[in-house]
Design a protein around this ligand. Structure first.
Ligand code: HEM
Length: 538
């Protein structure tokens, strides 16, 4: 087998045995990671990332978490995240996550084995080219205007989390396979199937024992029967679209597809179209289904959550909202959502607001990996924390990763660490106007005020510009392929909404504390984001 891909019993036993000796026998830790002890909150109620954040204050940048025979090495340090995701990315694979997701995403990019991943990544990345993204911006604007028109007709509290979810689903369906879910306007069976499939992916990623793999469970357990029915419905739609794309296939070189197509007038500018037409990248129908399903799931709730938390924060921050509206009124005088890249470029504060939402509410809040082999992590510094125990204070921690160890990268903790971010729990998009300074390396070569926000180049802060202290799209080889797409989509949607509506906590969530949080693959609310939404008074 591929090393580390399947858990070998010997590896698991080795890790388990050393943990037991450490916990009960006072033996030194085999991996050098301090053991996090004490109640962990959030395991049962889907806020594990909050418990891990608390632990990072007490046990430092790399600690071990044991649940029965299972253990995780939890990394809450930007330089360790960079090491695992980028420097030594070949030493780590998707581990548990791949096992959980393969029934849904098959050999799609997120769970794919290394051989499939290499060839599909090479085929898919070119599809997200500049001219296609430009066409996508105008599509985002159309869909946002549809939502905005519909909001005009509502009275009483609206669940904005649900509305943003529908918007993101409509957008991703159109981008991926030119399919009109139309979920913004009306409920449908296909929409419900898509939403429920996603929920199942989340349920599975939070259920430690994969009971659905037991023979018969898929037939006997009602939620698993429903899941199969939903998957079939969604697969039918995807397979029809794929068959259609093969019928109309026009083989072209990648550069031709990127440079010589008229994306502005093309009837079907979907990713599917590109993937089928691209010469030299022939994929089977099954592989395409897996790719499309993966992108549908990866690109839906992530973006919706980013929008939800923007609005949640802005409803409590009238000063910032007023400042944003000044920018929006200037760039969008007619109230239509931004439909060009130039408009997005002009909306700097709006863009940074989206980035700030992903800093405070990263989606997903943790990344999962498994060590392919024994490995030594670089030394990491303990935080300046009152909560640290005496034996940990002032020491570096150096983890000797054991082969097959499961790893969490606690993105939430990194994004909220006072080491990297002054006032980390404050929602402040203005923080992005200043270049990031690496606290661990004052002479960090990546520090470049000319390449920062507002000056040139990149529209959004990135993991490389912050040395992995901000990594909403991961980093290294497995970095998100939809990062630009998603950031621009969220910017267009946020701009269209803020420009045109006043909003206020109402109904079930008439105060911010009633919103609550809950996590599956993303941080979502516990009770929805119910607000009254009225046309903006000028
Ligand atoms: C991977 C976040 C939107 C497609 C990832 C990863 C993160 C992420 C953190 C890395 C996972 C890991 O290393 O374990 C986000 C966020 C989004 C977003 C926060 C929205 C705000 C999208 C969209 C698409 C997409 C719109 C597609 C249209 C993918 C794919 C991968 C991925 C295919 C796997 C890449 C690979 O393994 O090679 N995303 N994503 N994502 N994302 Fe996104």
């Amino acid at each position: 087998g591929k090393p580390g891909t399947e858990l070998k019993l010997g590896d698991t036993m080795r890790i388990f045995k050393s943990n037991i000796e450490q916990i009960y026998g006072d033996a030194p830790s085999a991996d050098g990671a301090p053991l996090a002890e004490g109640d962990i909150s959030g395991l049962a109620d889907g806020t594990l990332y909050l418990g891990l954040h608390e632990y990072a204050r007490r046990f430092g940048p790399a600690y071990k978490l044991c649940f029965g025979p299972k253990s995780f090495i939890v990394l809450s340090d930007a330089s360790l995240a960079r090491y695992v995701l980028a420097t030594n990315n070949k030493g780590y694979n998707k581990g548990v996550l791949a096992e959980i997701l393969e029934d849904i995403m098959g050999k799609g990019l997120i769970p794919a084995d290394p051989v499939t991943w290499t060839s599909r990544r090479r085929a898919i990345v070119p599809a997200f080219h500049k001219r296609w993204l430009q066409r996508m911006i105008s599509m985002f604007a159309l869909k946002v205007d549809v939502l905005n028109d519909d909001l005009k007709t509502t009275s009483g509290p609206v669940d904005l989390e649900e509305r943003f979810g529908s918007l993101a689903l409509d957008i991703i369906g159109s981008a991926v396979f030119n399919y009109e879910f139309d979920s913004t306007l009306k409920p449908s069976k296909v929409v419900q199937a898509a939403i429920d499939t996603l929920r199942e992916a989340e349920h599975r990623s939070m259920t430690p024992a994969p009971y659905w793999k037991i023979p018969g469970a898929m037939q006997l357990v009602p939620r698993q029967r429903a899941f199969t029915a939903n998957m079939n419905l969604l697969n039918d739609q995807l397979n029809n679209a794929i068959a259609g794309a093969f019928e109309d296939r026009v083989e072209m070189d990648t550069e031709d597809l990127q440079e010589n197509m008229d994306y502005e007038t093309m009837e079907n500018p979907s990713l599917l179209r590109f993937l089928v037409d691209q010469r030299g990248e022939e994929a089977t129908g099954t592989q395409l289904r897996d790719d499309l399903m993966t992108m549908l799931i990866a690109g839906h709730e992530t973006t919706a959550s980013a929008l939800t938390w923007c609005v949640f924060e802005l409803a409590q921050n009238p000063g910032l909202l007023a400042e944003l509206r000044e920018e929006l009124d200037k760039v969008l005088p007619d109230g239509k959502a931004p439909a060009t890249r130039e408009q997005i470029e002009a909306l700097q504060l709006t863009r940074l607001t989206v980035a700030e939402s992903l800093r405070m509410y990263p989606q997903p809040p943790l990344l999962i990996r498994r060590a392919v082999d024994d490995d030594s992590l670089p030394a990491a510094r303990m935080p300046d924390s009152e909560d640290l125990s005496d034996d940990l204070r002032n020491n570096d921690v150096e983890v000797k990763m054991q082969r097959a160890s499961d790893v969490f990268i606690a993105v939430y903790s990194i994004h909220r660490s006072p080491r990297y971010w002054p006032e980390p729990d404050k929602f402040d998009p203005h923080r992005w106007l200043k270049p990031y300074k690496n606290p661990d390396e004052p002479n960090w070569a990546g520090y470049d005020p000319d390449k920062w926000m507002g000056s040139i180049g990149t529209l959004y802060p990135t993991e490389t510009a912050t040395d992995f202290a901000f990594m909403p799209f991961g980093g290294g080889a497995r970095k998100c392929v939809g990062d630009q797409f998603a950031m621009m989509e969220a910017t267009v949607a946020l701009a269209g909404f803020l420009r045109n509506y006043d909003f206020e906590f109402a109904g079930k969530t008439d105060t911010p504390d009633k919103v609550g949080t809950n996590t599956g693959a993303t941080i979502h609310t516990r009770n929805g984001l119910w607000m009254t939404v009225t046309e903006r008074s000028k």
